[in-house]
Design a protein around this ligand. Structure first.
Ligand code: ZN
Ligand code: ZN
Length: 354
């Protein structure tokens, strides 16, 4: 508002002579007296989810929001400040009436026609419990992706399932921390061939699947299917099948006539040739036969050790067996060593890594 030219004016409110009018026709005092800086509804309702504690504000549910922030957000959305006001500052303090009601003392200050104006008002804040979008979807078994935990040509072990779930959990938590409210698992089903996790977020589902494959090796296949339309946008669901490798650390296998303890399988199987201790890798497509696992190994007495041979007691026949000395054996005669009896003979195993 531009100041009036410097001439004497008569205020219609108080009859005083003044040099300038505010808000067209009043002296500063009368203007401040009559000016309504803001209007506020007598009651402001705030929704809170009884399950996760999210507040509904600015048209969406927000997790782990401080109640005071939620109140501030809803008060500033509910009050109407005079359109001529600029540099508006809002402040409030709240008093608890009971569990569901608060009394909010609101104060607003602003600049109008070059004058700083302030006003206060009280309003009631009512807390209403309502299950949020996410909690109601979790309760309804909603999902956008299925993460299938499987193993190649064998049943996935319970320990593997547990470790996969921990990895998935880590991914979901990261997504949730970044604001993906659909980073949840709404259902877990156990099947003969493995476990299915029903995930709310497509992205989180995909990331969990890739992390599992990165950690365990193996392969994954992602497929998607159209399930409908929402607001003209195609809705998809995905299935991420994580297939853990057939062979795992500690498996003893035979491949091309050699006996190997498996260390890791990705596109190749990596391990140690138990006959001589050399490190070997071969393509996963090579025919492999599983002979046993490190769990089948037993401790036997090392009878004698020479430059390239060792003698151990056969755990079943107690007869002395002569073996080529693999490079991982450095124990002294009389001490215990680990051996595994397989259909391809008796083999020494490197000292376990726990
Ligand atoms: Zn006046
Ligand atoms: Zn909730």
């Amino acid at each position: 508002m531009t100041p009036q030219p410097a001439r004497t004016l008569l205020c219609p409110g108080c009859g005083r002579e003044v040099e300038r009018f505010y808000n067209h026709n009043l002296c500063e005092e009368c203007f401040l007296k009559s000016f309504a800086l803001f209007a506020c509804p007598p009651v402001i309702k705030i929704l809170v989810c009884p399950v996760c504690g999210s507040y509904f504000t600015s048209g969406k549910w927000i997790e782990s929001l401080d109640p005071k922030e939620a109140f501030f957000s809803e008060i500033s959305r509910s009050i109407q400040v005079h359109p001529d006001a600029s540099s508006v500052k809002l402040d409030f303090s709240e008093e608890e009436i009971d569990q569901a009601r608060y009394l909010a003392h609101i104060s607003v200050s602003a600049v109008v026609s070059g004058v700083t104006v302030s006003a206060t008002a009280d309003t009631e804040i009512r807390i209403k419990k309502e299950t949020c979008d996410v909690c109601s979807r979790i309760a309804g078994g909603y999902y956008a992706g299925i993460l299938q935990l499987r193993a190649d040509r064998r049943r996935i072990s319970e320990r593997e399932v547990e470790e996969c779930m921990q990895l998935a959990d880590r991914v979901l938590n990261t997504f949730a921390a970044k604001g993906d409210r659909f980073a949840f698992v709404s259902k877990i089903t156990e099947l003969k061939e493995g476990v299915d996790l029903y995930v709310g977020s497509i992205n989180a589902c995909k990331h969990a699947c890739s992390l599992i494959i990165r950690e365990f090796g193996g392969t994954s296949v992602v497929s998607s299917s159209l399930v409908g339309k929402k607001d003209g946008v195609d809705l998809y669901r995905i299935t991420c099948a994580a297939r853990l490798p057939e062979f795992v650390r500690g498996d003893v296998v035979s491949v091309r006539g050699r006996v190997i303890e498996v260390a890791h399988q990705d596109r190749q199987i990596h391990g140690i040739d138990l006959a001589d201790g050399s490190k070997v890798s071969f393509d996963s497509k090579t025919p492999v036969v599983k002979l046993g696992t490190r769990d089948d190994a037993v401790a036997v007495v090392l009878v004698a050790i020479e430059d390239d041979t060792v003698q151990v007691l056969d755990p079943e026949t107690y007869r002395t067996v002569l073996l080529k000395k693999p490079n991982f054996i450095s124990a002294e005669a009389g001490s215990d060593v680990c051996v595994i009896k397989t259909s391809m003979g008796l083999f020494l195993l490197p000292a376990g890594d726990g």
